[in-house]
Each structure stands twice: as structure tokens, then as C-alpha cells.
Design a protein around this ligand. Structure first.
Ligand code: C2O
Ligand code: CU
Length: 479
């Protein structure tokens, strides 16, 4: 097979808009160093300002906020069933919390200000401590002022290892983000503006993997890589295509799924979503293959190249099994499930007439003045913790039909639980996977189901940070 370079006009350079004079110096990033879980699962770090070389080593650093002052923050890695302890300190100039996205943990550890804990003030500490019931790929991020705090780079990977994971040569995390940078390589300060809020959120102009600009990812012929991909962006949806390679999906949002090829040949991950892939390096020494993002038609770009080294790890690919053992999730009883419908409305090009904010009815114009643009069943989340849109008895099976009545995608995330995806626009074929975040397309209807087995008040919201701030957020009460 000969090198097939993609059309050079479709390059990652295209993602840059309004940043002049950057030399495209790609470099090899250190990735995929063998890791293993720490025995004690104890961590201590602060959220604080720092810098990152987002674009190249030769250009000025970008001022960021990060856990430990770096982005992504420290990789937390432990074993299924372990107790995680994080001594967290807020060294930011504003209040914050830490949310452990996707982990089915006790409510007081969920990191939602005004709902599960008081916001952590600058200079204060908070001890997060909980057991991790499920193996898989998770992440952590703040739940205060999300557009700004995530937009400045506050997040980190949380990896929970299976007792007996599939045999691979490398276990690699790609934490994807996209940044909105100015000409001076600093982060644009226009967080939470009405334009982003009422459209597709804060989409950036520079993509990074693990906080690095790397354009090449070194691989070896014959290698088997477990690739854990996490979308940590505020709003960008990634749609990755692997040239001439056929990765298998083995988990979504940490939860195992029957190994299968990428649906439609592309891995689509909305904000907060994750996938675990098994990537067999089927190319030959010294070859090079592109990983491209084709999600936004007008703005395709090359994320990086898989670059084969001169040797080979083995001459026959591994043939050992890659399926993961299921996590201990309770199975919803669809026949007995209590059914709810949630209609998502609002945004530009929608026809929402208005909504209820803090118990008062407003039209769209008035809502915009309060910085709001979205509603669930006519209710716009205010700045206080919202009253629950639905309540469930402990142990009850719950089925929710989510109807997206807007012209925009919404990655809807439920805290404290994983749910099964039952149907999309009435179609049940090939579904049934567990997730904690589901990307609902414009005017699409999706049905999800879960057992409400975790007591507490849990957020259910759009993970596009600007949409959540704009009112697309509610509470599911389990009691
Ligand atoms: Cu990733 Cu409500 O959070
Ligand atoms: Cu949304």
C-alpha cells in the first residue's frame, strides 16, 4: 500500500481563523507511556492559572487555568472498586467545584454548587472521596462558570481500569479540546456571549490533544492501541475519520459496548462524550495516515497523522478478544418504566415563544436580556438550583423521551447514572448502548432509560457550556 496523503488543502491549518503568521512546526509528543493504576488512589492538586504551549514550542505560551496549573490536569488512574481521594484546593480568583463526569458516585461528591455542595471559595480546600463502581474512561471538570472555566482549560482525565483489561501494547488517552484564541495567542475573553449562547456554543479556532499541538502520532506496524478519546471542548463536536484504519468501538462514556466498527466510518463525539477504541496498526513501516475531523462540513481539518516507525512490533496482528466485561449497571424494566417527555426549545431559528424563569413568564426578547435562550418543557433554568423537572422513586425504572425542537445539537448529560439509549427517531436498531451523555440532533427524538438507583438531586443538562448557562439545565430527583 502506498502513502496516500489527503488533499493538502484540507489541513488542520484551516481550523485557524484570525491567527496570522504561525509556522506549522509539528513535533512528536510523548504519548502512550505505559501507565498503571496507583496503589493508593490519593491525589492532591489545586486549580490555578498556568501556561500552555498550545500552538508550537516557538510561539508565546497561552495563559490558561488548569488543575495543577497544566491542561489537561493530572491523569487520575485507579482500579474499579477503589476508593478515590482528591484533596482539592481552589487557587483561582473565583469560586469553583470539581465534578467527576460519568462516575456513579454519592450525591454529596458530585460537585454541583448550590445543589450538592457549597461552591469552593478562592483559597479554600475540599476533600473529594468516593468509590468508583465502574471501569472505563471518565473525566473531571469544574461545575461553576463552565463557559469560562472549561474554556480556559480546566479539566483532566479519570481512568478506571478493569480487573482484566484486553491485551494491548499501549493504553493512550487523547483528550480533545478546541480553543478560541486571539492573534496574540491568548484566550479570547468573550465567554458566555449571547451570540454563542443562542447558537452552537463557544466553538474555537484551534484544536489540541492533551493540551499539545501535535500533528503526528508515532505508531509501530502491528501494534494494538487502546485509544481513549475524551471531548473536553465547551461546544465543538468532533467527527473523526481514520484513514485506511478500522478502529473498533469497545465502550461509550466508559460503559462497554459490543465491539463494532465506527458507525458510518466516523467517530462522532459531542462535548463530554468519550469512546474507547481498539486500533490495530495495520499499515506498514514508514507509512503515514491522516486522522481527519469532518464533522462541520465547511470546516474540515486534519487533526494529526499516524506516522509509522521503521520497525514492526509483530508480523501478525493480535487476535485476542477485545470485548470488555459489563459494569454492574441495573437493567431498566421497560414494561414497568415510568414515562416522561422532555421537549427542548429555544435558540436561534427556533420558534420558542418564551419560557418560565424563576416562576415568571418571559418572552424570548426578555429572556435574552437575562442571558437566557433555552427551555426544557417551557422552563428556563435560572441562576439558582432549579426545581426538579421530574422525580423518581428510588429503584424505579424511568424512560425519558427527549424531543429536540431546536435547530442545534445538544449533548444531554445526566448526573449520577448511566442510561440506555433505547431509540432514535423511533428506530431501535443497533442501539441499546449505555451512555451518560447523548448527542441529540436538531429536531431529533431520542428515548433513554435507566434505573433511578442513586438517591439525590441530579443535574440533567446540555453539556454545551453556553447552552447550560443559557437555561438548558434541570434536576432529576431520586428519593
Ligand atoms: Cu460534565 Cu454536569 O457535567
Ligand atoms: Cu445544547
Amino acid at each position: 500500500m502506498k502513502n496516500e496523503m489527503l488533499d493538502a488543502t484540507v489541513s488542520r491549518r484551516k481550523l485557524i481563523m484570525g491567527i496570522g503568521g504561525i509556522s506549522a512546526a509539528g513535533f512528536f509528543a510523548t504519548a502512550g507511556v505505559p501507565r498503571s493504576a496507583r496503589a493508593d488512589a490519593r491525589y492532591a492538586f489545586a486549580a490555578k492559572p498556568g501556561t500552555a504551549q498550545l500552538i508550537s514550542e516557538d510561539l508565546p505560551a497561552t495563559r490558561i487555568w488548569g488543575y495543577g496549573g497544566v491542561t489537561p490536569g493530572p491523569e487520575i488512574r485507579l482500579r474499579q472498586g477503589d476508593q478515590l481521594q482528591v484533596e482539592f484546593e481552589n487557587a483561582l480568583p473565583e469560586e469553583t467545584t470539581v465534578h467527576w463526569h460519568g462516575v456513579r458516585l454519592p450525591n454529596p461528591m458530585d460537585g454541583v454548587p448550590g445543589l450538592t455542595q457549597a461552591p469552593i471559595q478562592p483559597g479554600d480546600k475540599f476533600l473529594y472521596e468516593f468509590q468508583v463502581p465502574d471501569a472505563g474512561t471518565y473525566w473531571y471538570h469544574p461545575h461553576v462558570n463552565g463557559s469560562t472555566q472549561l474554556g480556559r482549560g480546566l479539566y483532566g482525565p479519570l481512568i478506571i481500569e478493569e480487573p482484566s483489561p484486553p491485551v494491548v501494547d499501549r493504553d493512550v488517552v487523547w483528550m480533545l479540546d478546541d480553543w478560541r484564541l486571539e492573534d496574540n495567542f491568548q484566550i479570547a475573553e468573550n465567554f458566555g456571549n449571547l451570540m454563542d449562547m443562542s447558537h452552537g456554543g463557544r466553538i474555537g479556532n484551534w484544536a489540541s490533544i492533551n493540551g499539545l499541538p501535535y500533528e503526528t502520532f508515532p505508531v509501530q506496524a502491528g501494534e494494538r492501541i487502546r485509544l481513549r478519546i475524551i471531548n473536553a471542548a465547551n461546544a465543538r463536536i468532533f467527527g473523526l475519520e481514520f484513514q485506511d484504519h478500522a478502529p473498533l468501538v469497545i465502550a461509550y462514556d466508559g460503559q462497554p459496548t459490543k465491539p463494532h466498527p465506527l458507525p458510518g466510518g466516523r467517530l462522532v463525539l459531542g462535548p463530554a462524550m468519550r469512546a474507547d477504541l481498539i486500533l490495530d496498526m495495520t499499515g506498514s513501516p514508514d507509512q503515514k495516515f491522516a486522522v481527519r475531523d469532518t464533522y462541520y462540513e465547511a470546516n474540515e481539518f486534519e487533526l494529526l497523522d499516524l506516522v509509522y516507525g521503521p520497525g514492526a512490533v509483530r508480523d501478525r496482528l493480535l487476535e485476542t478478544g477485545v470485548a470488555l466485561a459489563a459494569n454492574p449497571l441495573p437493567e431498566p424494566d421497560m414494561a414497568a418504566a415510568t414515562r416522561h417527555q422532555i421537549v427542548i426549545a429555544g435558540g436561534m431559528m427556533g420558534d420558542m415563544g418564551g419560557g418560565d424563569l424563576d416562576g415568571q413568564r418571559f418572552d424570548m426578547q426578555q429572556l435574552a436580556e437575562f442571558g437566557k435562550a433555552w427551555a426544557m418543557n417551557g422552563v428556563v433554568a435560572g441562576n439558582e438550583a432549579p426545581t426538579p423537572l421530574l422525580s423518581a422513586r428510588l429503584g424505579e425504572s424511568v424512560a425519558i423521551t427527549l424531543k429536540n425542537d431546536t435547530a442545534w445539537e445538544h449533548p444531554m448529560h445526566l448526573h449520577g447514572h448511566s442510561f440506555r439509549v433505547v431509540s432514535r427517531d423511533g428506530d431501535t436498531s443497533g442501539l441499546g448502548e449505555w451512555r451518560d451523555t447523548i448527542l441529540v440532533d436538531p429536531f431529533e427524538t431520542v428515548e433513554i432509560a435507566f434505573v433511578a438507583d442513586n438517591p439525590g438531586d441530579w443535574l440533567f443538562h446540555c453539556h454545551t457550556q453556553e447552552h447550560a448557562a443559557g437555561g438548558l439545565l434541570t434536576v432529576v430527583r431520586v428519593a
